[in-house]
Write a protein that binds this ligand. Structure first.
Ligand SMILES: Nc1ncnc2c1ncn2[C@@H]1O[C@H](COP(=O)(O)OP(=O)(O)O)[C@@H](O)[C@H]1O
Ligand SMILES: [Mg+2]
Length: 265
């Protein structure tokens, strides 16, 4: 059974409306995707291709216009749009901007504890738990009493990863989670994510527009083409790939000629 599955999902946003007519802008059309337990699945695509929308739908943060989201074979949200507390804990997220994803008033402890409050731990047990999580992501436990926004981007992203790990999730949606970091920090965080996955068997949906980041990292790869994810066997090989993949390749490998018949979009 798949851990998480998107089946025939369509979604549109309503745009405009102030002066002109409001119109529906389709973002996903008949989109399907599956993530197995412990799998690292990459979702590639240029900016604006609907990756974050798909991620929010998988997280249950947004309801699709049509189609189904299944968590372990059952609907993720009930008829009233509510998620079971168990699936809420099981699916966590890390976003691109760690400062935007945390409150400026919060200490590091407060940030990591956000996903732990349903456990109602006594203060000392909570500090111990957070210390262990900070250690897991390569941070010194005494850091928990500092204000989160005093940290560097790389340190704060580690705190966000600790927050996502805290409830023992089965899946973490990483939406451009390393894209705002410098290259050296990117490499460190990617190796941390790899180590955490080997240890905890958590699955990742790794969303990015940068093809370089998935090399040696993803078990399976999808690319957004015509508003739906298409699975690609060998994204960096010489075989045939969807046209949008050639665009992503050209962005990182400018010296490489495009395959015959394909042009930069
Ligand atoms: N909340 C929203 N309201 C209206 N339009 C949106 C909203 N979120 C995203 N869009 C539009 O949907 C399209 C896909 O966006 P997004 O899912 O963020 O793509 P990506 O993550 O691949 O860059 C874009 O054209 C974007 O402008
Ligand atoms: Mg996005």
């Amino acid at each position: 059974m798949n851990l998480l599955e998107l089946r025939g999902v369509s979604h549109a946003y309503r745009q405009g409306g102030l002066f002109g007519r409001r119109r529906q802008v389709p973002v996903l059309e008949d989109a399907s995707l599956r993530i197995g337990a412990g799998e690292c699945v990459a979702l590639l695509g240029p900016t604006g291709s609907g990756k974050s929308t798909l991620g929010r739908i998988l997280l249950g943060l947004e309801a699709p216009d049509r189609g189904e989201v299944l968590y372990r074979g059952a609907l993720l949200r009930d008829g009233r749009g509510r998620m079971a507390p168990e699936s809420r804990r099981a699916i966590q997220a890390v976003f691109q901007d760690p400062y935007g994803a945390t409150s400026a008033r919060f200490s590091v402890l407060d940030v990591v504890a956000e996903t732990l409050w349903p456990l109602r731990l006594p203060a000392a047990a909570l500090r111990e738990r957070v210390a262990g999580l900070l250690d897991d992501v390569g941070l010194e436990p005494p850091m928990m009493d500092r204000l989160a926004h005093r940290l560097s981007g790389g340190q704060l992203q580690r705190v966000c990863i600790a927050r996502a790990l805290a409830p023992g999730p089965r899946l973490i949606v990483l939406d451009e989670a390393v894209n705002s970091l410098d290259m050296e920090t990117q490499a460190r965080i990617l190796s941390l994510l790899g180590a955490l996955r080997r240890r905890s068997r958590v699955a990742y949906l790794f969303i990015t527009h940068d093809l370089r980041l998935i090399r040696g990292f993803a078990d399976r790869v999808y690319v957004m083409q015509d508003r739906r994810p298409i699975e690609v066997d060998d994204p960096l090989g010489d075989g045939p790939v969807p046209p949008v993949m050639a665009t992503l390749r050209a962005a990182i490998l400018p010296a490489r000629p495009l395959p015959r018949g394909q042009r930069l979009a």
